[in-house]
Write a protein that binds this ligand. Sequence first.
Ligand code: BEZ
Length: 403
Amino acid sequence: MNDNQELNARRRTLLKQGAALGGVAALGVLPAFARAQSDKIRIGLMLPYTGTYAQLGVAIENGLRLAIDENGGKIGGREVEFFKVDDESDPAKATDNVNRLVTRDKVDVLVGTVHSGVALAMVRVAKETGTLLVIPNAGADAATGPLCAPNIFRTSFANSQTGYPMGKVLADRGVKTAVTLSWKYAAGEESVAGFKDGFSRGGGKVLKELWLPFPNVEFQPLLTEIASLKPDAVYTFFAGAGAVKFLKDYQAAGLKGKIPLYGSGFLTDGVLEAAGDAAEGVETTLHYADSLETPRDKTFRLAYAKRFKTQPDVYAVQGYDTGLLLVLAFSKTKGAVDKPALIKAMEGAVIDSPRGQWRMSKAHNPVQDLYLRKVVGQQNRFVNVAVKGLDYPPADRCKMASS
Ligand code: BEZ
């Protein structure tokens, strides 16, 4: 029996019980399963609204709401109800937070989150309960690698997918040595691993990997070490408020202009106003840039700026694409929470995104173009396509049990 058939059977039982209960339903005391199907689609939003990634969570929610509003405020013809949790980018609270959405709020779809460690807890709960999960940022490679599952999709990137192109670009330029510096958790470790793969394949050598715990921002001792190692390049993974502090400290330490700074694009996305001239000239690789100038991107940027009175960034695009994916899938099921049909629709999705068209890989991660960008004033300006249609890390790390 699929979800719809099961629901209809439950509904018939409910109607009989309702008659026996003397109109309890008429008083609005409907069991959750009936409520869930009869009116709004319930979306559980688990994002950071406080802490170093707070701004990223807000941009994702904005993008998601914009895509749904552009579809008349509905998905699959049904209105939407959001259930929100601030996950604080805290892995220790993640399992309780996601269980609250699944068990208490009985959401139809989970959307979250930003931090890879928190997302891995969401992945575990989604696997245990079969709840549909769409990840709108967190790049934990395992989510679409060894931990992949039919009901888990990502609309953003894998961490190593954004680091690999930067390593390749530098190696192609003949850069010989680099030092890496990052927060030590899945996102940083995998971003650096991707960079090293691209860099070493082209003959580059990483002299030293430097780390600090998330979300620590005591960069000074590490910057002193970089100054004494004198690499040709520095590669970093930082994002949000931590990225702003890092860019400013790099400049204050006198390294800007002496040892070129690179990163996955999170280093400079969404932070340019706060970072000021500390970010000027920094080159990064990412699946979005501020000056793509395609008609699709222009329309999106105008609509986003008009609605939220701020410029969009990569996180807004990822939230928007999450909305596009949900709109597409639920339109195929005419609003029914028919999981096998929704999964099939998402697996075949080709998203006409502001970032450029992308499709789902076999592992449920975007196959997409990765751009080289350079900060010019308030823009992460497009330089060129660093790698076209990148499906990375290799999809064979995911052994998908059949849906
Ligand atoms: C992550 O934890 O996966 C992540 C956080 C911020 C930006 C990019 C990745």
